[in-house]
Design a protein around this ligand. Structure first.
Ligand code: XBP
Ligand code: MG
Length: 248
């Protein structure tokens, strides 16, 4: 059986398209705490541990579970997390619009080359749609959505990565089989989501997830952070991953 051709790139956002976490979301969370009159602060190291929890609202709830000064009733924590998340996202968007976050090397060029070559592209992220809008408009300009055929964000799923739901949604919207796509991810939870949806995986480690190997039990292509990142590389990764899966 011939290996399926690559027809779509499925892009994770945070950590993959740009290093948004340390100087973007983390700083905006701290600004939100201040705006809400809370003496909380997430330093770089603590935020790294919190990133095991995907989703900003879920991350706030996980942190509150370990804080003696957080509200005790579950419904009060939920309400506070929702409020802080709105404040955070407003501040994150402002930071991004102000130019605080740059794309990772090769990403924008690869997106443009993929579009020019007729490949389909989707955004497959845990982050909120508003954050995607702010980041992509800043990086690619007001017509950024022209290059994308599906936009699958945190609001679109019941379960966040590492659950495969967001990948399955993107495949459904694109009308493609998993092997016709390539997932580009930076983190173990993202990698697990792609693999659980059977989408061939390229893992490009990021500042908070500087892995030198794939997470245990996963099959994929590791693209070291310093290696060239371009469309040709993605085609080669996809061909290698799908050839091994169709070998008799
Ligand atoms: C990364 C996440 C997100 C962001 C913050 O998503 O887990 O929670 O840290 O964004 P991905 P929100 O790598 O899938 O792009 O506060 O909007 O969740
Ligand atoms: Mg990511």
């Amino acid at each position: 059986m011939p290996a399926p051709a690559l027809r779509a790139l499925l892009w994770d956002v945070d950590g993959t398209v740009a290093e948004t976490e340390r100087d973007g979301h983390r700083v905006a969370f701290n600004q939100a705490f201040e705006a809400a009159g809370l003496p909380w602060h997430w330093d770089v190291a603590h935020y790294g541990t919190l990133l095991q929890v995907t989703g900003g609202r879920e991350r706030l709830l996980a942190d509150m579970a370990d804080r003696p000064d957080a509200p005790t009733r579950a419904e009060d924590r939920e309400a506070l997390a929702r409020h802080l998340h709105v404040l955070k996202n407003e501040r994150y968007a402002r930071r991004v619009e102000g130019g605080a976050i740059a794309a990772r090397a090769g990403v924008l060029e690869t997106m443009r080359a993929a579009h020019a070559a007729g490949l389909r592209q989707a955004i497959v992220t845990t982050t909120s749609r508003r954050n995607v809008q702010a980041l992509f408009e800043r990086l690619l300009g007001p017509d950024w959505h022209m290059g994308f055929d599906a936009l699958c964000c945190g609001e679109d799923t019941q379960r966040k990565k590492p659950d495969p739901e967001v990948y399955l949604l993107a495949l459904r919207r694109l009308g493609l089989a998993p092997a016709e796509a390539l997932a580009i991810e930076d983190s173990p939870p993202g990698a697990r989501a792609a693999c659980a949806a059977a989408v061939p995986l390229l893992l490009r480690p990021s500042v908070y997830f500087p892995s030198t190997r794939l997470p245990d039990g996963l099959v994929g292509w590791l693209c070291p952070a310093a290696a060239p990142f371009d469309l040709d590389h993605l085609h080669r990764a996809h061909a290698a991953l799908t050839a091994s899966s169709t070998r008799p």
